[in-house]
Write a protein that binds this ligand. Structure first.
Ligand code: MN
Length: 731
């Protein structure tokens, strides 16, 4: 009994300490703000009373931490602190959004509403996550703070993910990589983006993560020495000029090093830009550009710049608001080094993003490209997709898209995602123009709708009354705006075909004396293997289902009689998933397995790989590797349908795996490799291809092996062949 009291005592101390820390960081000068924050804290305390997180700590520490992140790492103010403190209250207590409005006003209530998860939608469990995310985005159209607080929430959840179950960790990490990190990037929250990515990687691939981290630590001292030597002449000159400055050596995040190693297929040691040197100058707004170029000129007096690698993000800031001057110069040791030059203001925007940018806005009146991006999202959201998963996918496409700038016939400038076509431009102007578009004049030349636009093109859309969008347009269009307009059109067209079909079918029912009864529709759906009544009506309307087929069915007493045994019992997806998952904790796959499954062809898993099962709509199971890129997408959208899977140890089948290798070409090398494969290792080879150029070669070998160990042995042997530079498994 005494112990319990003691524990609560120390809990309370901890809570009070965290709350005081928040108040100190927030530096609120207005007493009204302090009262509101206190009120929010008390309400949150009460709502989460007695509740603990998975880690065992009192729940209230979570909203406190989220509020702290909002202040320290995003630069948000009192309203956001109030919302962050209350963000889980509606979900976890009997309080409602209306209560929030009564207590804190409409603005706060709207933000909290955006942050409150939608209820579990029973009929489409796979898209709950997407639905939630869409809701956040919809509210973001009113107030960007919703998304910023959501990111703070996600960041804290990622920081404390260690105490969750392993499969939950993987799902949440995948989701974070898929949507939250790109979003943080798009909003210019560089620090949060990097931390989210690093945390995700540390859960997804712990060994790789630790390896890179270890190597970074080991090389830290060398880097510091290098930076000191490199910057010492520059420091002297900057001091002479009387500029106030700060110089930092910035190390790349583990995740971006990992991405580089993977994309370029190189070891850690060959990533040449592991770090950059950043020079931050303190200067007033009017002298910013001037001072940055002064520093540039000074650096290039000492070191030779690479003319191809000069990036001026000061004259034209990036779409997420990033401003900086980048150059890559040759160091005395013969290494290329990136130098980033920026002012204090630019640095703060680069690291903290949107809110920091907000703070400086009054000084800098021009509309930034970030604002126009947020405006574009707003427009997109006016026309929300009914399918949340598609919506999130389209939205994600637009998150990372680079931009091009094109002109209207009257010389107005419009920005579009890179690779946009004539169709995207037409929809950018107006959806009616899009729907009727048959082609365009680009720089006075006639081009088809599929034509890919370039920056600087002047575009005049040509329309025809007879034109209407088709399914193919969806693959021609790139922008989310065009895609959603086309889908809208197709959906409304589908609806009118379905209405026509419904009319025809009901007329036929009358004629044959079939009752307009749920059971009859159920039977028809079963016969034609359709999911919904709407599909049935559509197929009748479009003529895919001939009315004669319906006429040939037997009818008695107003009911279609059809051997029900033949009709597939209409199981819900949930039933299927439950049945597949069974009572066991993971699916066992391999020769002994009674389950029918397929190995995904995107990642070709073999025994020994970490794998999971994905259940498709019709109940088939696909086995993917945990680090397959498709897995990330699947997990974040359909986490519900993912089941754990493990290999049966008694396995002795063979599996197809691929190796990519490169090196110096020399006579007989191919022979030597095939020799190893067939003789020494007793492996069956499916195919081998080698291509050589300028004394180097690239090769791909597909082999049948038993498991990862078997493959590793083979790899080790081949890597010892003279001339081989790199060999790795095809992911
Ligand atoms: Mn939360």
């Amino acid at each position: 009994m005494k112990l319990a009291v003691e524990v609560e005592d120390s809990d309370e101390k901890l809570i009070v300490r965290e709350y005081r820390r928040l108040l100190r960081s927030a530096k609120m000068s207005d007493n009204k703000d302090r009262v509101q924050v206190r009120k929010a804290f008390d309400i949150a305390m009460e709502a989460h009373k007695g509740v603990r997180r998975k880690s065992g700590e009192p729940y209230i520490l979570h909203p406190l931490a989220v509020a702290q992140i909002c202040v320290d790492e995003i630069g948000l103010g009192p309203t956001s602190i109030v919302c962050a403190l209350l963000h889980d209250v509606v979900e976890d207590s009997s309080m409602t959004i209306q209560d929030m409005e009564d207590l804190f006003g409409e603005k706060v209530a709207r933000i909290i509403d955006g942050l409150t998860k939608v209820e579990n939608l029973f009929d489409q469990p796979e898209s709950v996550q997407a639905e939630n995310f869409r809701k956040v985005l919809l509210t973001m159209a009113d107030d960007v703070r919703v998304i910023l607080i959501k990111l703070a929430d996600r960041l804290h959840n990622m920081r404390t993910l260690g105490s969750m179950r392993k499969d939950k960790q993987l799902k949440i990490a995948a989701e974070t990589l898929y949507i939250y990190a790109p979003l943080a990037h798009r909003l210019g929250l560089y620090n949060i983006k990097s931390e989210l990515e690093d945390l995700s990687l540390s859960f997804k691939a712990p060994t790789v993560y630790e390896e890179i981290e270890r190597k970074l630590k080991k090389t830290q001292a060398v880097r510091t020495r290098f930076v000191n030597r490199f910057t010492s002449p520059i420091k002297r000159e900057l001091d002479n000029l009387g500029l106030a400055y700060e110089i930092k050596g910035r190390t790349k995040s583990v995740h971006s090093i990992y991405t580089k190693m993977r994309n370029k297929n190189i070891p850690f040691e060959e990533v040449y830009d592991v770090f950059a040197i950043r020079i931050i100058i303190d200067t007033d707004f009017d002298n910013e550009k001037n001072s940055c170029w002064k520093v540039y000129s000074l650096i290039t007096d000492f070191y030779q710049p690479n003319p191809d690698r000069l990036r001026d993000w000061i004259s034209t800031p990036k779409a997420n608001g990033y401003e900086s001057l980048h150059t890559t110069v040759m160091s005395p040791t013969g290494k290329w080094v990136e130098v980033q030059i920026r002012t204090k203001r630019m640095d703060e925007i680069a690291e903290k993003g949107y809110a920091a940018h907000w703070k400086y806005k009054e000084k800098n009146q021009q509309v930034s490209s970030l604002d126009s991006w947020v405006n574009r999202i707003r427009e997109l959201l006016e026309n929300p997709e009914t399918n949340a998963v598609d919506f999130v996918d389209d939205f994600k496409l637009n998150l990372f898209a680079k931009e091009i700038f094109v002109f209207t016939p009257t010389g107005d400038i419009r920005s579009l995602p890179q690779k946009s076509t004539v169709i995207d431009f037409a929809y950018e102007i107006h959806s009616q123009l899009g729907n009727r578009c048959v082609g365009a004049k680009v720089n006075n030349r006639l081009v088809p709708v599929t034509y890919v636009l370039q920056s600087g093109d002047q575009v005049e859309i040509i329309t025809s009354k007879g034109q209407s969008p088709s399914e193919e347009w969806l693959s021609t269009a790139v922008s989310a705006k065009a895609k959603s307009a086309i889908k809208n059109y197709l959906r409304s067209e589908r609806k009118s075909v379905a209405e026509e079909g419904e009319k025809k079918l009901l007329e036929l029912f009358m004629e044959l004396g079939i009752q307009d009864h749920l059971e009859n529709f159920r039977i028809l759906k079963g016969i034609f293997k359709l999911d919904s009544k709407a599909d049935l009506f559509y197929k009748v309307g479009s003529g895919d289902i001939a009315l004669d087929t319906v006429k040939s069915l037997r009818v008695s007493k107003g009911k279609i009689s059809y051997k029900t045994s033949k009709v597939n019992p209409l199981r819900t997806l949930e039933d299927i998933v439950e049945a597949t998952r069974g009572k066991k904790d993971a699916l066992v796959i391999g020769k002994q397995s009674k389950l029918k499954y397929q190995l995904a062809t995107c990642c070709n898993p073999i025994p020994g790989d970490d794998v999971l099962g994905f259940i498709t709509k019709d109940g088939s199971i696909f086995i993917h590797r945990v680090n397959c890129p498709n897995t990330i997408r699947i997990m974040s959208n359909y986490g519900y349908r993912v089941v754990k899977a493990k290999w049966d140890d008694r396995e002795s089948l063979t599996f197809l795996a691929g190796l990519k290798l490169n090196g110096f070409d020399r006579q007989g090398i191919v022979n030597q490799i095939t020799q190893i494969i067939s003789d020494e290792m007793n492996v069956t080879m499916k195919s081998i291809s080698f291509e050589s150029h300028d004394g180097l070669f690239d090769g791909t070998i597909m082999v049948y092996v038993n498991d990862t160990q078997h493959l590793k042995n083979l790899r080790d042997k081949i890597s010892k062949v003279q001339g081989i530079m790199a060999i790795h498994r095809i992911e």
